[in-house]
Design a protein around this ligand. Structure first.
Ligand code: HEC
Length: 141
């Protein structure tokens, strides 16, 4: 596992966050977080596009390898495509009622919530239940 943070990375992260117009700020800051998975992810699959990177916010990163359910406030973001202009931003946030899912795609110069979101969790949950033993996270060890 490597840290995503250096002063250069921080500047890049700020630029990225500014460039991810349409993605809520608390998710768009993912580039400052720890990369918890990037090697060996399947090329195709449900979130197509390369490369894939999975980031965990500090709360989630701390418990990522522990095998326990991740704490409330955990946010995990998966991107595909170029780091500076991802082709997809998929988000999981641990809320009191369980994991909340959103997926943003670029459209007309901004990012648009296309899948998941309020009342539309079933698409995501249906598949992520396959990783229930790892708190619904496929890429967790
Ligand atoms: C058809 C199955 C499937 C569906 C539907 C699906 N996912 Fe995933 N998701 C995966 C798989 C498999 C991975 C592991 C990484 C990979 O192979 O891309 C993953 C990885 C993720 C990750 C990284 C954390 C992890 O589980 O490792 C996030 C975040 C994520 N998905 C969000 C979503 C959101 C948001 C939706 C709904 C809009 C969604 N997913 C729908 C299969 C699915």
């Amino acid at each position: 596992m490597r840290r995503g943070l250096s002063s250069g990375a921080l500047l890049l992260a700020l630029a990225l966050a500014a460039g991810l117009n349409g993605v809520p700020a608390k998710y768009a800051e993912y580039a400052r977080w720890e990369v918890v998975a990037d090697k060996g992810l399947p090329a195709g699959g449900p979130h197509a596009g390369q490369p894939k990177v999975v980031y965990a916010n500090p709360v989630a990163a701390r418990e990522w390898k522990g095998g326990k359910a991740l704490p409330l406030g955990s946010i995990v973001v998966k991107t595909t495509g170029p780091a500076g202009a991802p082709a997809l931003v998929a988000v999981m946030e641990k809320r009191a009622e369980g994991w909340y899912y959103e997926e943003y795609l670029p459209e007309g110069g901004k990012y648009v919530l296309k899948f998941g979101g309020p009342g539309k969790q079933q698409l995501c949950v249906g598949c992520h239940t396959g990783a229930k033993a790892k708190d619904y996270l496929f890429t967790r060890p």
